[in-house]
Write a protein that binds this ligand. Sequence first.
Ligand code: DC
Length: 224
Amino acid sequence: MGINIAIDGPSGAGKSTLSRKLAERLNYIYVDTGALYRTVGLYILRKKIDPSDVEKVEAALPEIEVSLRYINGEQYVYLNGEDVSSDIRIHEVSQYASLVSAVPAVRRFLFETQRRLAEEHDVIMDGRDIGTVVLPDAEVKIFLTASAEVRAQRRYNELLERGQQVSYKQVLADVCRRDEQDMNRSVAPLKPAEDSVIVDTSDCSFDESLALLYQTVQERLRRP
Ligand code: DC
């Protein structure tokens, strides 16, 4: 087992950008587990399957092969051999990912991929259930959060930068809906692990958040 750092939290808390930077600094591999759920979501969307139909989603899983590759520290995700790293970022896929992630068979399907990476490398893994389910023995567990408004604003800016046409109001509504779904599902709901450090970045700039995270990780790793 490598050294494992688990970073969980709601969407838009800055997990992926902060985790990526932190991994760079520590020379760890950054594993974005949301990308795995997004890839399953993308397949379901392309096949026009209802993402809330548990049986149909489960039946589609044998047709799906998801793999990750790391090139210069960047994570690329493949769906049946096709690089879908940018396709999984479209707005519509977020909602599909959230819905398929509530299907227990989907979580089981992706569990091994996540465990294997953590066994083979020093990782910073971000997601919703990393500290609670996937890596319960992680050396450091962080629950990264921010207010829904701040998270929606960040997501909105990100989507604008990618040239997507959305309104702030719509993004805020989507953030709240996904929080609701991710926190209230019966399997692996989004919640802080008991031994996690809660880091709230609502009032922090990116650099302040990164410094805070780095310090938290260093303190925890130094503990016997
Ligand atoms: O982090 P993200 O927004 O890319 O994740 C997309 C969806 O996947 C999110 O709504 C919840 C789900 N997810 C999950 O259930 N467990 C994880 N470890 C990561 C993501």
